[in-house]
Design a protein around this ligand. Structure first.
Ligand code: PHB
Length: 390
């Protein structure tokens, strides 16, 4: 046998031996996250949570081996789109997951539809996202879902005049609209609505305006990862000592950033679906395991959504008996309900969004550390944007 024929034979043998990623018994999950750039805390949190889920529940479900492929889109939508296309075409991914910002989730919607592959959104939270493809399912939250309850709390707690300040893109616009409309319908006054760019945000000049308006409270939405920048400028402008109350969605007092923000956050009241301090046996076990696996890093609301994204996929694969047919997986996900570290969650069969408890929390010090301490809860909250249309 000459050398050429031998090496050709070897190549064939090797090809046969190394099972390709799309072998029948392998389910590739393409997780696309911002691992670098200003939203990298979302990437870091979600990667850790997805890996923890697999470590705890095993990498085999319904006879299929789960292969998690993590890709860094740097927070740029054109990169997200290219990575999603490659994962579907080259790796035959059975599901796409992650999406740290709204534009990144939206960029993948046409690919999910075309390839009939579930797009499990575990971060991005603009209400309309799930309407962009019948293959999108979300395990994070929506901004209307957490913003309207904040307005209800204000109306009951003697807050009459508010300035809103939000990051100027999908989720910020949702937060502004649903907070303001609910608040004014109940008799409150919005003194001013301020929007700050997503890229290189400088809040300082806007915060001076907030001070001049002298409202009872300032309602804030900034995406996860941006809260520390906002709070630094809030303190520099002396707003922490102005008597103007800080309220918002829980994105600004992100558990991952609270220690960096420091005591200036004390007393801030926010509404959100997850706090690391949530008092339940499921959450205690989750936090303990997450911190142990990640050098003491606290899980935040992004982590819990990625953990639940994996939980949802595992549950769906069990129901389809391992079939990765996109339509079968989506059908299996609709109506699924389980106990998450955040409390009971359900995938709304009509909207594919998550139904969950929204908590009202206050930043307090417990054993020397800052936490969003829950003090009230509203169970089974649906995304009100979709509920308003049905
Ligand atoms: C979003 O871009 O949809 C987004 C990102 C981070 C958040 C909330 C929403 O904390």
């Amino acid at each position: 046998m000459n050398l050429k024929r031998l090496s050709a034979g070897l190549a064939v043998a090797l090809l046969g031996a190394a099972a390709p990623a799309w072998a029948d018994d392998v389910v590739t999950v393409g997780m696309i996250l911002p691992m670098t750039g200003p939203s990298q805390s979302t990437g870091k949190q979600e990667q850790a949570a997805a890996q923890l889920f697999i470590q705890q529940h095993g990498d085999t479900v319904a006879g299929k081996k789960i292969k998690l492929e993590i890709k860094d889109d740097t927070g740029a939508a054109d990169v997200t789109k290219r990575l999603a296309q490659e994962l579907v075409t080259n790796d035959h991914a059975a599901a796409l997951m992650g999406f740290g910002l709204t534009p990144l989730a939206l960029a993948v919607a046409p690919i999910a539809t075309e390839a009939k592959v579930p797009e499990i959104v575990t971060a991005a939270a603009t209400a309309i996202i799930t309407e962009k493809s019948p293959y999108i399912v979300r395990t994070s939250f929506t901004l209307p879902q957490v913003s309207a309850p904040m307005a209800d709390w204000c109306l009951k707690n003697n807050i009459k005049k508010v300035v809103t300040i939000v990051t100027d893109y999908g989720p910020g616009v949702d937060a502004e609209k649903w907070y303001s409309e609910t608040f004014t319908k109940g008799g409150g006054t919005i003194a001013e609505q301020i929007r700050v760019p997503l890229k290189n945000p400088d809040f300082a000049p806007f915060l001076q305006r907030v001070k001049d308006d002298a409202p009872d409270a300032v309602f804030v939405f900034v995406p996860s990862g941006f809260g520390a920048v906002f709070m630094k400028q809030f303190i520099e402008r002396g707003l922490d000592k102005s008597g103007i109350k800080l309220i918002g969605t829980g994105d600004v007092t992100d558990d991952d950033l609270l220690a960096d923000i420091g005591d200036a956050a004390l007393g801030a009241v926010t509404t959100h679906h997850y706090s690391v301090a949530h008092d339940s046996p499921e959450n205690k076990a989750f936090v303990q395991a997450f911190e142990k696996a990640n050098n003491g890093m606290r899980p935040n609301f992004m982590a819990v959504a990625a953990y639940d994204g994996m939980a949802l996929l595992y549950r769906a694969l069990e129901k389809t008996k391992g079939s990765t047919d996109g339509d079968a997986l989506i059908a299996a996900m609709k109506g699924e309900s389980w106990m998450s570290p955040r409390g009971k969650v359900t995938i709304d069969p009509d909207t594919r969004d998550i139904v969950q408890t929204v908590y009202v929390r206050k930043v307090e010090k417990v054993d020397g550390q800052l936490y969003n301490v829950e003090f009230a809860s509203i169970p089974d909250v649906k995304d009100p944007f979709k509920a308003s249309k049905h």
